[in-house]
Design a binder for this molecule. Structure first.
Ligand SMILES: Nc1ncnc2c1ncn2[C@@H]1O[C@H](COP(=O)(O)OP(=O)(O)OP(=O)(O)O)[C@@H](O)[C@H]1O
Ligand SMILES: [Mg+2]
Length: 283
């Protein structure tokens, strides 16, 4: 198994307290994880459970206070590897306005490879390719601030793609988007995972998005509390409820029916599977 990101006993706390108080709780407590190359992993967890803190360790935006993080075998604490780590592990955040730096879409997408010193013809190729991948090529000469939120997020993703990363960490990329913008982002993630073999880490509060992943990791108070295939994780409805998390609508429906005495498998996660078990039972 080839590993993209590995954390070993990762521990982290923020130096928040200016009074020098040492009694700061660990935001990540001994987190050990391996994220396999080419997989799509979703990370769930209540607000403040440590998801973003974990994400920021994956490309050395934060460095461990305890334990180690390696990205494609590179220790994130090794300063000489910083640029290479940042190039190979891209990050997309919630608010596209904070990620867009230029007044023209294609200049924005070219920004990172230009800074990396990539040759001009190669930049042209990458920018066009990235914009086509996210469906924003026709907008290449537009001003980003006039685009919709979903379009801006697609431009931000293109900017990351132009670095030619092997792994992209998305931290709630759809949180500020309408349903159509959310769908577009999920389609891009699907394309990256299945057509390019990009490793995708997706932090999300949308269970339907997590249901599409190869693997779901659930965090609570700085710990990994569940880790498995979506079907394995989402059948644990009561535990997820206790953690303040919901489950996909399909699972919820099957769970409620089960509570009402109708015996159905809870792991019919996709709408098609769910429709089928219902049709088999009642049809
Ligand atoms: N820059 C910071 N300085 C101090 N404390 C922070 C900082 N960022 C996060 N924290 C604290 O660390 C804990 C974990 O935060 P983190 O942002 O990693 O959680 P999260 O799971 O991403 O939450 P959310 O779902 O709200 O995005 C929280 O208690 C938070 O208040
Ligand atoms: Mg967060």
């Amino acid at each position: 198994m080839d590993i993209a990101i590995k954390t070993e006993n990762l521990t982290y706390f923020y130096n928040v307290d200016e009074t020098g108080d040492q009694d700061i709780p660990d935001v990540l407590d001994n987190v050990s994880l391996e994220i396999e190359k080419g997989t799509f992993v979703a990370i769930l967890g209540h607000n403040g459970s440590g998801k973003s803190t974990l994400a920021k360790h994956m490309n050395a935006l934060l460095l461990p206070k305890g334990g180690t993080v390696t990205a494609f075998g590179m220790d994130t604490k090794d300063e000489s590897l910083l640029l290479e780590i940042r190039r190979r592990v891209g990050m997309v955040f919630q608010n596209p306005d904070n990620q867009i730096v230029s007044n023209v879409v294609e200049e924005d997408v070219a920004f990172a490879p230009e800074n990396l010193g990539v040759a001009s013809p190669e930049i042209r190729r990458r920018v066009d390719d990235a914009l086509k991948t996210v469906g924003m090529y026709e907008f290449r000469n537009h001003a980003p601030h006039l685009l919709s939120g979903g379009q801006k997020q697609r431009v931000a993703i293109a900017g990351v793609l132009a670095m030619d990363p092997e792994c992209i960490v998305f931290d709630e990329p759809t949180a500020m988007l309408d349903p159509s913008g959310r769908r577009d982002v999920m389609e891009i993630i699907h394309k990256l995972r299945y057509e390019r073999g990009t490793t995708v880490v997706l932090i999300t509060h949308h269970m339907e998005e997590a249901a599409l992943a190869d693997r779901v990791i659930v965090m609570s108070d700085g710990h990994v509390v569940m880790d498995g295939k979506p079907k394995e994780v989402f059948v644990r409805v009561e535990e997820l409820d206790e953690l303040g998390l919901t489950v996909p609508e399909t699972t919820r429906l099957l769970f409620e029916l089960k509570n009402a005495g109708v015996d159905l498998p809870l792991d019919a996660l996709s709408i098609d599977e769910c429709a089928k078990v219902l049709a088999d039972k009642f049809g």
